[in-house]
Write a protein that binds this ligand. Sequence first.
Ligand SMILES: NC(=O)c1ccc[n+]([C@@H]2O[C@H](COP(=O)([O-])OP(=O)(O)OC[C@H]3O[C@@H](n4cnc5c(N)ncnc54)[C@H](OP(=O)(O)O)[C@@H]3O)[C@@H](O)[C@H]2O)c1
Length: 241
Amino acid sequence: MAQRAAIVTGASSGIGLAIARMLGEEGYALTIAARREEKLAAAAEELRAAGCEVQHVAGVLSEEDAVQGVVAAHRERYGRLDVLVNNAGVGIGAPVAEIQTKRLDMQLDVNLRATILFYRECVELLRAAGGEHRGALVVNTSSISGKRGQPWLSVYSATKAGVIAFTEAMNKELAADGVKSCALCPAFVDTPMTDFAKAGGVPAEDMIRVEDVAEAVRMLLRLSPACIVPEIVFERPGETV
Ligand SMILES: NC(=O)c1ccc[n+]([C@@H]2O[C@H](COP(=O)([O-])OP(=O)(O)OC[C@H]3O[C@@H](n4cnc5c(N)ncnc54)[C@H](OP(=O)(O)O)[C@@H]3O)[C@@H](O)[C@H]2O)c1
């Protein structure tokens, strides 16, 4: 059995892939999940080439079956779960009068509902790890939009605010069992998700790097069991309020 194991969703690119790489460096055996099989398989190969132990499970995580499939595959292969990273996410902008129900549901389902379902499906494994070493960790990728609602990204903002509230609730419910949670709240990070902002004139080099976010998660791994960091906010110069 692996000494330490982690699930990272949305790990086929961007922030999730950087966190998976960091966890691999730290010796965690990995299950990575995302929607598109081919892209995810390439990410798994890249991680393997870097020396990580990794399996990949593709699935549309707005679907309960897919969430259960990822957790079942993880349990089957590794038998333990020390770190869960709920990172898969989608943002679709629209002014309020033009919000399409299908896109509203997709953002709620991927960003918020899947996070909740992953907690439910993983809590037994997380509690077992927490009982063993008091340092089981759940990292939920929220957003700066979850802290301060953004026009046009109103639905996305609401889902990410929900992630922060759920994270807080989970700390109150699970921290005594050795399972700590943290919501990451970044401003623009240089990933495929911000191609629209780059096209709109925000240079990639002025954005937060995925490695910055992964380093913050590495810090969380090092904390004593007595210390909870409920959220980490990543600002950019000029974007702070
Ligand atoms: N980039 C930013 O500025 C920024 C800022 C704050 C928060 N975030 C959050 O950070 C997280 C990661 O985003 P990113 O910037 O790294 O973008 P990204 O590179 O586009 O990664 C998004 C990941 O989520 C997966 N995903 C999306 N919809 C999915 C679904 N229905 N089922 C399963 N997987 C799905 C994607 O897989 P596929 O490619 O196969 O769809 C991909 O692996 C998201 O939660 C995002 O909201 C990003």
